[in-house]
Design a binder for this molecule. Structure first.
Ligand code: GLC
Ligand code: CA
Length: 551
């Protein structure tokens, strides 16, 4: 079983797959995905080589933010199943050697959560201090409205109790007060509950916002929020079997680094938002230099930590770390129509439509995802190249149901598609053109390519565990890197341009280097490797000094 084989630092060469139970597979024909359906589909994930499933929120919810507005952290949304179904699913995943983590959304609750209902009943309520209240929005309070079309500020007035409450996100998502020890205890209890049921950790939602205490009257007297995150991690280390915290920290590198912990460990994995954005800038320009520069400046996480790398996630493709001019370049290339963008910040599209369905180019991007240092995180449907449906509102455009087969319900459900949580993608990227069934046995499909990448990535420990160096490839379009461990080295090259590229890499050991993704050899003489890459070509090469494959 994979779990026992990879138990040590399993997260460092994991293949994480994010899915929303609601849109993955309907198991009872009511049009809504559920745990029974997901359990039936687990072999698809096993064949793909997924080692860790990240479940988006599946808790009871009024569903005004796709489940990120929770009314019971210990519950299961009845539309998706029962605790019994969750346990069956966890057991089946474990049987395939697949770990499961889930979203931990404790920056806020739904305004329908019993705690908040109680809190807003009166200023003396037992739960009053579980949330953040103020007579007037404080001047030194947190800044930045996340959904500017829906919210004007971060504080909403509660008429009955005549105070404002803080909400980082929508007004129906009041922020919990993590400075309150009762809230802290409760968060630990929630984590304890789900690890006891078998979860291997959490994707922690909105980490910086969750820890933020600026503007709270007595915040100065309170302990450092980082100590709190370290406490949570220590709790998890005691309770979970090598459980992890995968954090959403969309900040520049120096700030993001703080969340890995300084004296004591905090996050295990943290999403590489700057790297992702530099990659899109490079793709827009057909030039690898923006990503090369970003990787060179990317700090190393602490010993057992790792960056989590991704191409797309369930939110908009945010471009907030690029300069205004760079962002406009990416918009022009991948989101020329206003409807493709979300606010002034990002794109509500998936990769293949952005690249005009150019398969070699799409394949090159996923090769990068698995080759570059960091734990790769896939968003469901990426393995077959699903597209978006812009008819869905805002971020929901990329959250359409999984496409298993051609036909009206796409194999997702036998119910009338009108009852689905979101419309299916249509046209060139709709289920008739893009689906698992037709790609499974097609050696040239994206699905087969991703399976190959996963297999090689898992067989090539240099990539996940090695020392990494970005190399000079002598061609602006080409990103080259070397990953070495125990005297073994792998070199990968990726051509960002739609034209052939000649590259030369110096300083390598002489001898024959073998292709890991294809049949082929390259001779290195005088320490130099010269390669001609086709448009969007990519290669992974291992020197003859080492075996072709460790298996
Ligand atoms: C995170 C999630 C996003 C959600 C928000 C509020 O940013 O990724 O989908 O809307 O938190 O919970
Ligand atoms: Ca269902």
């Amino acid at each position: 079983m994979k779990i026992s084989r990879t138990a040590d630092l399993w997260w460092k060469n994991a293949v994480v797959y994010c899915l929303d139970v609601e849109t993955f597979q309907d198991g009872n024909g009511d049009g809504i995905g559920d745990f029974r359906g997901l359990t039936q589909r687990i072999d698809h994930l096993d064949r793909l080589g997924v080692t860790c499933i990240w479940l988006m929120p599946f808790y009871p919810t009024p569903d005004r933010d796709d489940g990120y507005d929770i009314t019971d952290f210990y519950g299961v949304d009845p539309r998706l199943g029962t605790h019994g179904d969750v346990v069956e699913f966890l057991r089946t995943a474990r049987d395939r050697g697949i770990r499961v983590i889930a979203d931990l959304v404790v920056n806020h609750t739904s305004d329908q959560h019993p705690w908040f209902k109680e809190a807003r009943r009166s200023r003396n309520s037992k739960y009053r201090d579980w949330y953040v209240w103020a007579d007037k929005p404080p001047k030194d309070g947190p800044k930045g409205v996340i959904f500017p079309d829906k919210e004007k500020g971060l504080w909403t007035y509660d008429r009955k109790t005549r105070q404002y409450y803080l909400h980082r996100f929508y007004r129906h998502q009041p922020d919990l007060n993590i400075t309150n020890p009762e809230v802290r205890d409760e968060i630990a209890r929630i984590m304890g509950f789900w690890t006891e049921l078998g979860l291997s950790g959490f994707r922690v939602d909105a980490v910086p916002f969750m820890l933020e205490t600026t503007g709270q009257a007595d915040a100065v007297k309170l302990p450092d929020p980082h100590d709190y995150l370290a406490d949570l991690r220590a709790f998890l280390d005691r309770r979970g079997e090598q459980a992890i915290l995968l954090g959403e920290v969309n900040l520049p590198y120096p700030d993001a680094m703080e969340f890995f912990g300084d004296e004591a460990p905090e996050l295990t994995l943290s999403f590489d938002f700057p790297g992702m954005q530099a990659m899109y800038l490079g793709l827009a320009r057909g030039d690898a230099r923006p990503l090369a520069a970003t990787l060179r400046e990317r700090p190393l996480p602490p010993k057992d930590g790792h960056w989590a790398t991704f191409v797309r996630n369930h939110d908009e493709l945010t471009l907030d770390k690029l300069s205004e001019a760079e962002k406009q370049e990416v918009f022009a290339a991948f989101g020329p129509e206003e409807d493709m963008r979300l606010y002034d910040r990002g794109l509500r599209r998936r990769l293949p439509p952005m690249l005009g369905g150019d398969l070699p180019r799409v394949k090159m991007v996923y090769s990068l995802l698995f080759a570059l240092p960091g734990t790769p995180v896939l968003f469901y449907g990426e393995e077959i190249g699903m597209g978006e449906n812009l008819a869905e509102e805002a971020r929901a455009a990329v959250r359409t149901p999984m496409q298993w087969r051609p036909g009206p319900g796409a194999g997702f459900s036998t119910a009338d598609p009108k009852t689905f949580p979101a419309r299916l993608a249509e046209g060139e990227f709709g289920p008739d053109r893009v689906n698992v069934a037709s790609q499974r046995n097609d050696a040239d499909s994206l699905l087969s390519w991703i399976r190959l990448l996963v297999e090689r990535y898992r067989e090539t420990p240099e990539l996940a565990f090695g020392d990494v160096e970005v190399l000079d490839a002598g061609a602006d379009a080409v990103l080259a890197h070397r990953a070495s461990v125990d005297g073994r080295a792998v070199v990968t090259v990726h051509n960002f341009a739609g034209t052939e590229a000649d590259c030369t890499i110096a300083g390598l050991p002489d001898g024959v280097w073998h292709d890991l993704l294809d049949d082929g050899d390259t001779e290195v003489t005088g320490g130099e490797m010269t390669l001609r890459l086709p448009p969007y070509g990519c290669r992974w090469l291992r020197s003859d000094g080492a075996r072709r494959s460790p298996v």
